[in-house]
Design a protein around this ligand. Structure first.
Ligand code: AHG
Ligand code: MN
Ligand code: MN
Ligand code: MN
Length: 334
């Protein structure tokens, strides 16, 4: 009968989070509540992005952020939504956002987490309706801390959880916890639930796809130039690599996670520290890629997860992707 075909074992994000909590008898429920607030912010941001063209939310806001980017209206709105969600969760004490110059503090006795976020990643793609995303990284406050800048100025190895949501043809949430697997959820707009669609994601060990803004090659160091040139030569199978570059790190990273390959934004002569920012772009992505069996390194080929930011908007060069593809980069860039 028809009924026999209904899958009753659907795992919603809500169920997944509750089951994770039950697995940890010492858990207080605080982390679960924080994740519910994150879930709310992703749904809200997705809703605004989908309606932007219809309600005059395309284009620039008329301001710039600390890292020098011109802010889009949706950068500002998504930042406000994210901040409101974190504040009202009562579980986030320290918040860093790409769109905020300074650390934001929400001191409260019950708030034991520090969150870093890029509310809209890929905002240059917004007005063309191309996929963008939200990136997040979660740290736990040091024992006894009421929340200080030091609680967030930590390397990726200290993250308790990280991930991103990509707003594409559908909204895709990818999340991982310290030492855990990577799980992907798809937002079912009809019922407003994220459904586990990609359990235990593993990145293919290798794949002949590279993703980089090649327009910057004029500024690249020789090792980086040589590496990318080598990909355009015939490989063992007689074919060169394919190039894919969306220009939204989240979307390029999501494809790389699923198909394999390599994504890079190297430090170069124009941007000696790189472009992407450690706390809310590089470290969370590095955690996802490592937990999926891939690798992420900076422009010195040091493990991205171990890079310690000195200030909240610090940048790094990044190379991340399939295990074997990153090994290949290391051979060229030393
Ligand atoms: P954001 O939109 O959060 O400022 O991030 C932009 C980043 C990232 O999404 C992307 O990988 C990269 O900038 C693209 O930069 P180029 O336009 O220089 O290629
Ligand atoms: Mn920006
Ligand atoms: Mn970004
Ligand atoms: Mn951004």
């Amino acid at each position: 009968t028809q009924d026999a075909n209904i899958n009753t074992n659907i795992i919603t994000l809500t169920r997944f989070l509750t089951e994770e909590q039950v697995k940890h008898p010492e858990a207080t429920g605080d982390f679960t509540l924080l994740c519910h607030a994150l879930q709310y912010s992703f749904k809200s941001i997705a809703y605004y992005i989908r309606r932007a063209t219809l309600v005059n939310l395309t284009g620039l806001a008329g301001s710039a952020n600390t890292t020098g980017d011109d802010q889009k209206k949706l950068d500002v709105i998504s930042n406000d939504l994210f901040i409101a969600a974190m504040r009202s969760s009562g579980k986030c004490s320290v918040l860093v956002s790409e769109e905020e110059e300074n650390v934001i503090f929400f001191p409260s006795d019950g708030a034991h987490y520090a969150v870093a976020c890029d509310p809209i990643d890929g905002s240059s793609n917004l007005d063309a309706g191309v996929s963008v995303g939200t990136i997040f990284g979660i740290h736990k406050l040091a024992p006894g801390s009421q929340g200080t800048k030091e609680d967030i100025l930590k390397p990726g190895t200290e993250l308790v959880a990280a991930g991103f949501t990509m707003y594409g043809a559908s909204a895709q949430l990818v999340v991982t916890m310290k030492g855990g697997t990577v799980n992907g959820f798809t937002l079912d707009n009809g019922i407003g639930e994220f459904i586990l669609s990609h359990p235990d994601m593993k990145i293919p060990k290798k794949r002949a796809i590279y993703s980089v803004n090649e327009g910057n090659s004029l500024y690249w160091e020789d090792g980086v130039k040589n590496y990318f040139s080598s990909l355009k030569e015939a490989q063992e199978n007689g074919k060169p690599y394919s190039a894919r570059y969306i220009g939204s790190m989240v979307a390029d990273a999501y494809r790389t996670l699923l198909y394999g390959g390599l994504f890079a934004y190297p430090a170069d002569k124009k941007s000696p520290k790189g472009k992407l920012r450690i706390l809310y772009e590089c470290a969370p992505m590095a955690m996802v890629f490592e937990n999926a069996g891939g690798q992420a390194v900076d422009s010195k080929m040091a493990r991205m997860m171990e890079v310690v930011p000195e200030s909240i908007h610090d940048r790094a060069g990044i190379f991340m992707g399939s295990y074997d593809e990153v090994e290949k980069v290391k051979k060229f860039v030393k």
